[in-house]
Structures are given as structure tokens and as C-alpha cells.
Ligand binder design. Structure first.
Ligand SMILES: [Zn+2]
Length: 295
């Protein structure tokens, strides 16, 4: 198998000047991974704003107070890849916007199926268009982190030396995750896997996994039609595991088990986790993934 290269670190730059760093800089992030990266790179969680969002931030609808917060921020970190559907209805100063997935925009995945379904209180939504869970290809996450670091350097959020140091420590963590997932997935590219939701496109591409998705929610027991569709899918795609975005209902787990399908969680962590942080959730995901392929 070809060795996958990881993001190249920017050349070391040292800053000798006696710059005054902008303590008042405000950095807005539209999802939790971006806010975690921004906190790590800035070394100052106080300047990073990630709003409290009920449900998946990919289907967030900002209120006027949120829009004012964004407009008053100095850096607006967006995931890009059509993640921020609210953007069409909100006017933001272009010069403040950082589209963190721009560095790999040519590698974004277009989705074919267009199936609408409901995501809690926000109502129906569609997964057609561009796949947006960019950061669970951890190499892409590193590019997103780099875009954040560059934007922060431009705005003098801290000294370039400090930003670089923090960035490299984050990259080390991400690189370790990327390597570990590669090692676990190696040699298993043909193993059919199911996913509970169509959010694993970049993950599957990066780590060479064979994943087909249904449109289920961890906290909703699938209806008869959904079970029938799964049965049809596994006839041609005999998966023994289903990857869930979050902890599934015991009822769903039990019924899958009857079909010979085990359940495992790989949480994309788009929203702030109840416990731990981005890194600890990803490490837990990696631990869960080991169960799928054995040791
Ligand atoms: Zn969805």
C-alpha cells in the first residue's frame, strides 16, 4: 500500500520584532472542530467563539444575536464544503471569512443521492450536494488547522513563534491519529461496512474503506421501510458492522445484531462533546474502530 503523506509543515518562521499582539481579537468558529483547532493554535480559548448549538452545527440557523457576534468578530472560520447553509441568508464581511476547506476544494466530494430527512427540531434536510464532514479525513483536518494558523498570524493573534509552536503540537496529535487509523484500516479496503448516516465520505476515501450509508439517526428507531432498505443493501454489501455517529438506541443495536450486524460509534464530533474534547473523542473513535477489524 502506498504510504500516505501528511500535510507538509510550513517553514519555520521566527519573529524577533516587539509586536503588540491583539488581545481583543475575536475568532468565530462555525463548528466544534474549528473552534478546538483555534483554541489550540491561539493558546487562548477566551478569544474563540463557538455558539451553543442544539443538534448538528451543519444545520444551524443563526439568530440575529449570532449574526451580530459573527459580524463583530475579526476572523470568521468556516468549514466550507457547503457546510454553512445559513451563509446565503447572512451578510458577512468577506475579508474576515476564512474558508478552511479551500486548500483542498478540488478534492471535495459531490453526493449523488438526494434524500430528504429530518434532523430533530431543525426539520428536513438533504444530503445532496457537497459532502461536508471534511475533518474526519484527518489529513484534511490538518489543512484546515493550517488555514486557521495562517489567518491568526495575519491578524497578530499571537507571535508567529507561539502560533507555530502551538500549531505543530496540534499537527503532531492529528498526524498520530491519521497514522493510527491508516494502520487499523490497512488491508481492509474490501470489507463491506454500513454507516448510519452519509457523513463518512472523506473518511472512507482517506482510509480506503468500503462504506455504504443509510439515513438513520442514533436516537430514533428506524421504521419498517428503513429496515427493509437495509436488508436489501446488505444483500449486495454484506456488512457485519454499522458505524454510528453517536450512541445508538439499544433497540436498534439488538435488531441489527439479529441480522448479524454489530454496532460501533465513530463520532465526527461536529458539536462540542459532553465530555472530553476533539482529541479524546477521536481517540475513542480510533479505539472503537479497532473492534471492527480485530487486532
Ligand atoms: Zn443528515
Amino acid at each position: 500500500m502506498m504510504k500516505k503523506c501528511f500535510i507538509m509543515l510550513a517553514a519555520f518562521t521566527f519573529c524577533f520584532g516587539a509586536l503588540v499582539y491583539a488581545e481583543e481579537v475575536k475568532v468565530f468558529a462555525s463548528n466544534y472542530p474549528l473552534s478546538y483547532f483555534a483554541e489550540r493554535i491561539s493558546g487562548n480559548s477566551k478569544i474563540v467563539i463557538f455558539p451553543e448549538i442544539d443538534g448538528d452545527p451543519a444545520f444551524w440557523v443563526p439568530e440575529s444575536a449570532d449574526i451580530i457576534t459573527m459580524q463583530q468578530s475579526d476572523i470568521i472560520l468556516l468549514n466550507g464544503a457547503s457546510y454553512e447553509k445559513w451563509q446565503t441568508a447572512v451578510s458577512l464581511p468577506k475579508r474576515k471569512i476564512v474558508d478552511t476547506s479551500k486548500p483542498f476544494r478540488k478534492r471535495l466530494i459531490m453526493m449523488e443521492e438526494s434524500v430528504d430527512h429530518a434532523h430533530g427540531p431543525s426539520g428536513d434536510h438533504s444530503h445532496s450536494g457537497t459532502a461536508f464532514t471534511t475533518w474526519i479525513d484527518i489529513n484534511q483536518a490538518a489543512f484546515q488547522a493550517k488555514a486557521i494558523k495562517d489567518a491568526m498570524a495575519k491578524k497578530n493573534v499571537s507571535s508567529e513563534g507561539a502560533l507555530n509552536k502551538n500549531f505543530e503540537s496540534l499537527i503532531e496529535n492529528l498526524r498520530a491519529l491519521d497514522t493510527e487509523i491508516n494502520v487499523i484500516a490497512q488491508g481492509h479496503s474490501k470489507v463491506p461496512l454500513m454507516a448510519s448516516h452519509p457523513v463518512y465520505q472523506y473518511f472512507a476515501r482517506r482510509y480506503g474503506l468500503n462504506i455504504k450509508a443509510v439515513m438513520w439517526e442514533p436516537d430514533v428507531f428506524p421504521d419498517e421501510q428503513m429496515w427493509t432498505k437495509l436488508e436489501e443493501t446488505v444483500k449486495e454489501h454484506p456488512a457485519k458492522w454499522m458505524i454510528w455517529e453517536g450512541e445508538p438506541l439499544q433497540k436498534s443495536v439488538a435488531k441489527l445484531k439479529e441480522m448479524g450486524i454489530e454496532s460501533v460509534v465513530f463520532d465526527p464530533c461536529g458539536n462540542r462533546p459532553k465530555r472530553g474534547n476533539f482529541l479524546s473523542v477521536m481517540r475513542q473513535n480510533v479505539g472503537n474502530l479497532k473492534k471492527v477489524f480485530g487486532d
